[in-house]
Design a protein around this ligand. Structure first.
Ligand code: PLP
Length: 397
């Protein structure tokens, strides 16, 4: 490694050699520890976003670091042509923690959803995939086709055929799902669209409609899974059991991994050669995921997420500029009052100033709300410090 470049130097190289795909905050991160990110100009930022729900055990968690280090010295890759103990046992653990069937590893959330869509079409050839308005399932073509958001889809038309989007209502699902439906793909809490919970009666209607027409109910747990909502999987709170779930973000605390997990009745749907991915199920990511599951397997872990979520919710609700808090566990959004939105310009600008002037990281999924996806390991005093920093940012104008 060469010496640490400054933010200005990084921006200068990026202007010449990095495609303009991302609008970045004017912050360069050098390292992280626990709930803190360390910037190259020496600031310590309280990370209440976890790189979008990924580093759920905080940065540089010692168990994860040790697992990765040990595995890196043994084997990084051997491909899916051979048996590998780490990934196989990870599949067993993931299935046993959820739907009890089979697992297909991928490398990201979008890819996990691609695999789920292929599973559904293999299960019902030519069938339609129904998703919900404001849903988000990823940026690859299949996942994007199930992501009915104009700004994300429109520039990249034509999309994949056989997708249909409906509003998240009982009636809409009852009308849209038919014998031609292969799957309903949905999030229980729509994260990217602003932490919008889908009501339980809508989830039950999706389950009933799928049962009536032989379609698969697939829950996208990419953001909401892995303890984020205070349950291991967000579907658990509703009592609705899907046929399959997709997982990614927090599964390996920062290493790329994704997984499709099915119920036992779907173990034999995909056949050898149907799908594949060179890197999927690699032993390094699997080792990290085992370490994450070990930590989350502590009987006190999920109750603590719920307790921390309640404390953070109460703290945010106590702020005069916050009109309400939605979400569950540590997957939360604070809706600002119209006056606060007016004072701050857009919430995106507010989130930018919270990051650059108040050293706390949240983001703005909608023009009127802030989203918080803090580490699930966050302590009470760190929650209180986060609320204080957000309050300071809100009262600065
Ligand atoms: C982030 C996200 C995805 C996409 O995951 P990538 O790893 O970015 O491909 C899919 N679904 C949901 C619900 C997500 O939040």
């Amino acid at each position: 490694m060469t010496h640490q470049l400054s933010l200005a130097e990084l921006e200068e190289i990026e202007a010449r050699h990095v495609l303009r795909n991302y609008a970045r905050l004017p912050v360069a991160v050098a390292s992280g520890a626990d709930v803190w990110l360390h910037t190259t100009d020496g600031r310590r930022v309280l990370d209440l976003l976890c790189g979008l729900g990924v580093t759920s055990l905080g940065h540089a968690h010692p168990n994860v670091t040790m697992a990765i280090t040990e595995q890196a010295g043994k084997l990084l890759h051997a491909s899916n042509l051979v048996h590998l103990q780490g990934p196989v046992q990870l599949a067993e653990r993931l299935a046993q923690s959820s739907l009890g069937g089979g697992v297909l590893f991928q490398n990201s959330g979008a890819e996990a959803n691609e695999a789920a869509i292929k599973l559904a079409r293999r299960h019902k050839r030519g069938g339609e995939v129904v998703s919900l308005h404001n849903g988000f399932h990823g940026r690859t073509y299949g996942a994007l086709s199930a992501t009915p958001q104009e700004a994300k889809q429109e520039p990249f038309a034509p999309l994949v055929g056989g997708f249909r989007a409906v509003p998240p209502t009982v009636e809409a699902l009852e009308t849209a799902v038919s014998d031609h439906t292969a799957a309903v793909l949905l999030e229980t809490i729509q994260g990217e669209s602003g932490v919008l919970p889908i009501p339980d009666d809508v989830l039950r209607a999706a389950r009933a409609a799928c049962d009536a027409h032989g379609a698969l109910l697939i829950v996208d747990e990419v953001q909401s899974g892995m303890g984020r909502t205070g349950d291991m999987w967000s579907y658990e709170a509703s009592g609705v059991v899907p046929d399959a779930i997709t997982v990614a973000k927090a599964l390996a605390n920062g290493l790329p991994i994704g997984a499709l997990i099915t119920g036992p009745h779907l173990l034999d749907v995909l056949r050898p050669g149907d799908h594949g991915s060179t890197f999927a199920g690699n032993p390094l990511a699997a080792a990290a995921a085992h370490a994450v599951l070990d930590v989350m397997g502590d009987p006190g872990f999920l109750p603590r997420v719920r307790e921390a979520g309640a404390r953070l919710t109460a703290g945010l609700e106590s702020l005069p500029d916050v009109a309400g808090v939605r979400g569950r566990g540590l997957m939360l959004a604070a809706e600002l009052t119209p006056e606060a939105v007016e004072r701050h310009g857009t919430t995106a600008e507010l989130a930018g100033r919270l990051m650059t002037e108040h050293d706390v990281w949240v983001n703005a999924p909608t023009p009127t709300s802030l989203r918080l996806l803090p580490p699930l390991t966050i302590r009470d005093e760190q929650i209180d410090e986060g609320v204080r920093r957000i309050a300071a940012g809100l009262t600065a104008r």
